[in-house]
Ligand binder design. Structure first.
Ligand SMILES: *Cc1c(COP(=O)(O)O)cnc(C)c1O
Length: 757
């Protein structure tokens, strides 16, 4: 076998990022010299593994008299050792250990229990301990409690545990030599059960049991197959009385080679120094950290002195690592809730330093091209100088005053500009603070209108399936009935009438059957409804579907015929996104109520507005209490209004619709090759929106690093991978966006559904 050079080893690791290496090529790594292994693993660690050193504290919560016969273990009742025995320790002691761990800069705390597994009663006790740890310290709670099943793991997950620790210990082929009371397969089953219960997994092994280097490679591969994010590496310290009492110590070189091999096979994992490293010299520990050890178990906090932790931190700093206690990302992870995300087990986030034009600049200097305009609001580019200037000037004058009994210049100016752009017939404006609140206000307005118009029984709402109108209660009630949130709260929300989403495509022929279906709904439910609320042309977050303008004309006609208000939600589509200022301009209809938001301020401040006709406003104002009953504290916030005025100046100051059609042409060309592909349901483009709908759901968290690696910011919604770039995006930037989009999509389509991106 020819020996491998550093570059070969790095190439191997790069492939291992996305694909599980085969046994043969992994075993071939052993032919490399120790120096080559160490150089390559250091480079791979720097490129792909976390650079923030993670410290996990453990407390031994139950010790001694274990029925299992693991050859290395002092707690086995099969061996005569002088181990202290205690049942589940008391909460006070655990909490003391947890507090110490927190003080010493640990971010994880693991409750470790000896024994084959905890009983159900003990699991419940452990769950109480986990609750107490979360309540008192906010440390991330891990549990190492033997061969539990999914139900038992669920109890712990519910209490706030986020990670299950269960070592595979040794390669499958040699496992039996060291333990016969349970099997390697039992371990894998345990990890899979933990995963099904929603826990992350932490699993590694012991080196120096007498296994060969080939066995270590097999173990590292088994962990890679399970995609273990945290891998403890223990080095055997033979304990008198155990079966391995006389096992010779593994030499330094073998240990360092093992760390390097684990790193090359698991390029992204946290490799965690666990038991047995205390006997290593400082220089060997330092070399191991350089080769890939980027986390450690900080020992039993009831027995470990603070100085040990300090020593670990010094060493890790020398190896070039940062620490969590002074790391903003760690605070974010520990305390800040992100959209549609777990707080107990948060997905990774990128730290952003600044943004400009189509760019998001990360704290480490990397720049990402924003492919989705930061949820579609930064249409005219990030940090537009005119908008920023307007906000600063307004801030120096008057950041805010209430809007009851007072008004201000920017509210008036913005109103003027909005009415210039809005469909004819809209005359009254109600400012609100976010899109969802605008939808709430629009729905209340419709109800007040119907009551004033002597139709108090018109309390229902018609809307389209596959729609999205926001996350607050009423807005949610008109979102797609089967979509995530709706399903979650079904039964609690008021029932709405969901009209099937029109099938006539934006760029196709209008199918009169869509009109007939709609008409049938009006016949059946029209008399009960206050309003028909829908997103014009583009059903955005719910489906990214684009339907034919003719449909809106029918909606307008039927609403008028049946005395139902037409509410058009232009929050996603307003200000040019579809190639017209408002999407309803495609059909030249005037709604009774229209909501705008998102790009209204150019994505600089949160602001929304509800526009309506005199007919609606007059009716609402004519019946007691002769007022529209809504009024947010920050209504017409002057900073937001100033931003919106400047944004609408920016909108007026350039031919953005030309930019949108430029973007549309490029998106069409770039996405067309995906049409008809296996795994792809549909490809569609409308204005500056391009979508590929796949057969399978994508995971935003798993795709994120793939996009970031390619210098772009793209985030799928379920089965929808889409681009919605700022209109300032250059052709060159669009090329980068579309190639990254295509590459990641190709990878996703080629991936195994069981284990996909
Ligand atoms: C985003 C969106 C909303 C909700 O706006 P928020 O500002 O997130 O509350 C409502 N309707 C549509 C069509 C949207 O795209």
């Amino acid at each position: 076998m020819t020996s491998l050079c550093v570059k070969d080893l790095i190439d191997f690791a790069v492939r291992a990022l996305d694909e599980v290496p085969d046994e043969f090529s992994a075993q071939a790594l052993r032919a490399a010299s120790t120096q080559a292994l160490l150089d390559a693993s250091e480079s791979v660690s720097r490129q792909f593994a976390a650079r923030t050193f993670n410290l996990c504290a453990i407390v031994n919560a139950k010790s001694g008299r274990c029925t299992e016969n693991c050859a290395w273990c002092a707690q086995s009742r099969h061996f005569q050792t002088r181990i202290e025995q205690y049942p589940l320790i008391d909460p006070a002691k655990t909490l003391e250990a947890a507090r110490k761990a927190k003080q010493r800069g640990c971010s994880r705390f693991s409750l470790v229990t000896g024994g084959r597994k905890l009983s159900l009663r003990e699991v419940r006790e452990a769950a109480e301990l986990v609750r107490a740890i979360r309540r008192e310290t906010n440390l991330e709670a891990c549990i190492s409690a033997g061969l539990l099943n999914e139900k038992e793991f669920r109890i712990l997950a519910q209490a706030g545990a986020v990670r299950c620790h269960c070592n595979l210990e040794a390669a499958e082929s040699v496992f039996e030599k060291f333990c016969s009371t349970h099997s390697f397969a039992d371990k894998v089953k345990t990890l899979e059960a933990a995963r099904r219960a929603g826990l992350q997994i932490c699993s590694g092994g012991i080196i120096g049991l007498g296994e060969s280097e080939a066995d270590r490679v097999s173990l590292a591969l088994a962990l890679r197959r399970l995609e273990v994010p945290s891998i403890p590496i223990n080095i055997l310290s033979p304990i008198a009385g155990t079966a391995l009492a006389d096992q010779p110590l593994l030499d330094d070189e073998a240990i360092l080679r093992a760390v390097a091999l684990f790193r090359l096979i698991n390029p992204r994992a946290q490799l965690r120094f666990a038991g047995g490293r205390a006997r290593l010299s400082q220089s060997v520990q330092l070399a191991a950290m350089k080769a890939g050890i980027n986390s450690a178990i900080a020992g039993d906090m009831l027995t470990t002195a603070g100085t040990d932790v300090e020593a670990d931190k010094k060493l890790a700093a020398k190896a070039g690592y940062r620490f969590e206690d002074d790391d903003a990302l760690a605070f974010d992870r520990a305390h800040l809730w992100h959209p549609y995300a777990s707080a107990a087990n948060p997905p990774a986030v990128e730290m952003v330093e600044s943004a400009h034009d189509a760019r998001i600049v990360l704290a480490d200097g990397r720049e990402l091209i924003d492919g989705i305009s930061s949820w579609w609001c930064a249409s005219f580019g990030h940090r537009h100088p005119d908008i920023v200037k307007a906000v600063i000037e307004q801030a120096q004058k008057m950041p805010h005053v209430m809007f009851a009994g007072l008004t201000h210049e920017k509210a008036v100016e913005l109103g003027r500009r909005l009415l210039e752009l809005a469909p004819k017939g809209l005359e009254k404006i109600f400012y609100a603070d976010s899109g969802s609140v605008a939808v709430e206000a629009a729905m209340k307005m419709a109800l007040q209108y119907q009551r004033a118009a002597s139709c108090p029984d018109r309390t229902g709402f018609m809307t389209l399936a596959a729609g999205y109108h926001g996350d607050t209660w009423n807005a949610m009630s008109v979102c797609d009935p089967e979509g995530g949130m709706h399903a979650l709260f079904s039964g609690l929300m008021q029932k709405r009438f969901f009209v099937p989403s029109p099938s006539s495509r934006f760029d196709g022929e209008f199918d009169e059957r869509d009109a007939a279906v709609l008409e049938a709904y009006f016949e059946k439910h029209g008399a009960q409804c206050a309003a028909f609320i829908l997103e014009p042309i583009v059903q955005a977050a719910g489906a990214m579907r684009f339907y034919h303008p003719q449909y809106l004309k029918h909606a307008r006609r039927l609403c008028s015929e049946y005395g139902v208000l037409l509410v058009l939600d232009e929050i996603a589509t307003g200000f040019g996104r579809t190639g017209r200022t408002f999407a309803c301009d495609w059909a030249q209809v005037t709604p009774d109520i229209m909501t705008v938001g998102k790009a209204l301020t150019g994505g600089v401040m949160t602001l929304s507005a509800v526009l309506t006709t005199n007919a609606v406003a007059d009716a609402v104002s004519s019946a007691p209490p002769r007022a529209f009953m809504h009024g947010p504290t920050f209504m017409a916030n002057p900073l937001a209004c100033a931003a919106a005025c400047a944004a609408l100046d920016v909108y007026a100051g350039r031919d953005w619709l030309k930019e949108v059609s430029r973007i549309q042409a490029k998106l069409r060309a770039a996405l067309a090759p995906f049409a008809g592909r296996a795994g792809v349901r549909d490809v569609r483009v409308c204005g500056a929106i391009g979508v590929v709908e796949t057969e399978r759901e994508m995971s935003a968290a798993r795709l994120q690093p793939e996009f970031v690696k390619r210098g772009v910011w793209i985030r799928p919604i379920g089965r929808l991978l889409y681009l919605m770039p700022p209109f300032v995006v250059s052709d060159a930037e669009l090329d980068v966006l579309t190639s990254a989009f295509a590459e990641v999509l190709e990878e996703f389509l080629a991936s195994d559904p069981e284990n996909s991106l």
